[in-house]
Design a protein around this ligand. Sequence first.
Ligand code: ADP
Length: 603
Amino acid sequence: MQQRMYDVLKKYWGYESFRPLQKEAILSILEERESLTVLPTGGGKSLCFQLPALLKDGMACVISPLIALMKDQVDGLKDMGISAAYLNSSISLTEERAVIDSIRMGKIKLLYISPERLQKETMIRLLKSAGVSFFVIDEAHCISHWGHDFREDYRNLGIIKETFEGIRIHAFTATATVEVRKDIIEQLAFNDPETQIGSVDRPNLIYRVMLRTNIIKQITDVLMRHPDEAGIIYCLRRDDVENVSAKLNDLGFKNIPYHAGMTDSARHLHQDRFVREEVDIIVATVAFGLGIDRSNIRFVIHAAMPKTIEHYHQETGRAGRDGLASYCYMFYGGMDYRTWSYFLKNSPSRETMKAKLGAIYNFCTKPGCRHRIFANYFGQSYKKTSCEACDYCLNELEMVEDPLLLGQKILSCVVRVRERRGFGFGADHIANVLRGNSTERITGRGHQNLSTFGIMPEASIPFIRYMIEQLIGQGFLLREGEFSTLSVTPSGRELLSGDATPLLVKPMIAAKKKEIQKKAREKKERDWAGMDQKLFELLRKKRAELAGKHGVPAYIIFGDKSLKDMALTKPVTREAFAAVFGVGEHKLKIYADTFIQVISNHN
Ligand code: ADP
């Protein structure tokens, strides 16, 4: 059986080996054990059910919540020579009839349907007569209230088991929290299922988290590091999207905006243009991304802090699906925390969400290995001592030499100011007192007489503000109320008595920034070593042209990894082309000549 699995992998996908847990997930399906598989975005979930569908009699039925994704998946399968189809509200009656006929004739190996279709009597009858080999619940976290994408129409999927007695169900998701997992198992009425839980870690993603100062400048600095590469820039609000998008276009960074306030047709058009590689940069709210499978997204920028670590993990997870190095930059500010807190005010799950918000703010403000923090957050251990893929492990963060003393100075100032008047003050005021600025507010309240007045004369106001932000994020200070006043928390008391030490990062200075950019450039050069970049661009152009012609996303034709392999090995015969990564029998037949010609012309 295992040999057949490898044969099919090579024949259709053009791959040589399985990724972690794929083999186990496939065997669960082939050996008729119901299963739950959790793999991170880009982990290769689709192949886990597409491959066994080819090895089993009958038709596999995939329930998917995302209409856009269904079309892409089916287009991708067809491009590999696999007969697949989908049924959802987006297709015409004629198309629907044609699909139903093909199903009746036993011609379809994989059928994608939306969850609401499964509630229809006619659909149930059709599936019963077609002989379903197994059911797949894709994006299974949508079943759970605990997940961040709960969907009403996923609630009734429990009926599959009673309706289709004896046919196995297999659930797939990228969301690994224990509550979500438990919920999926319960709702699908699984009985002791096989569970494959992959590592949430994405080693090819390089994380950098920085304080927001001048956002347009910070974004353009990143864009200059990624010429001709694809990326998403996430903003918090629609207005920010419009604003950032327009400013970047003015500066010559061609991009398109995307947010829920645009018309449906404009949104679809922009999404399509990005997916087809007509444009490489999209500025968006988080409304953008679900169902975006473009595999060569090389960077994701967050212009503000996301809502939770789950969201951040998912949003950045859209980068580097093809496994190549990709970069995630986040620019946060204390304002983001306050904005999210405000949004949560009337939320029924306010307390849980507040804790989650605290966790992401802690992630932003407390230096530590970003990959380890993710793993631990999702209940997994992290074995490596250094991930070599985050600002902390790459030694890009410069630490304050005596963080305890600095923390004590700031906290004692907060205490003194409060003692004097019985109420607290905001971060700006505290910073002015520490620096010794005799502002009107200070002299008016007699704060120039406090023992903490002027004890940090050399520090700038932005520096002190940055330290305060980190002390808030690390739980030593609390900022609350209408006036964002500061107070010392119980952990802060420990800090004052020397029983706890904060970890404080200095603001990044220009020289350090230059050094990081230089290193990044060198790394890129190493990654491209031996590869003909000009040829790669020509191959990309050809791919975009074919994508436009066939009306499919470019990555469906070939991923960047395949194009890079071509730019490295420069195959000019069919035989050599067959050895390129991601070239199966069908792709060889339909694309070899076209791409070989580009390579020959260039040579
Ligand atoms: P997920 O659904 O888990 O986010 P996908 O199924 O979209 O991930 O797979 C991500 C990418 O990895 C796709 O381009 C896919 O073709 C590729 N891939 C999957 N399995 C393998 C494998 N065994 N070897 C090489 N590439 C793979």
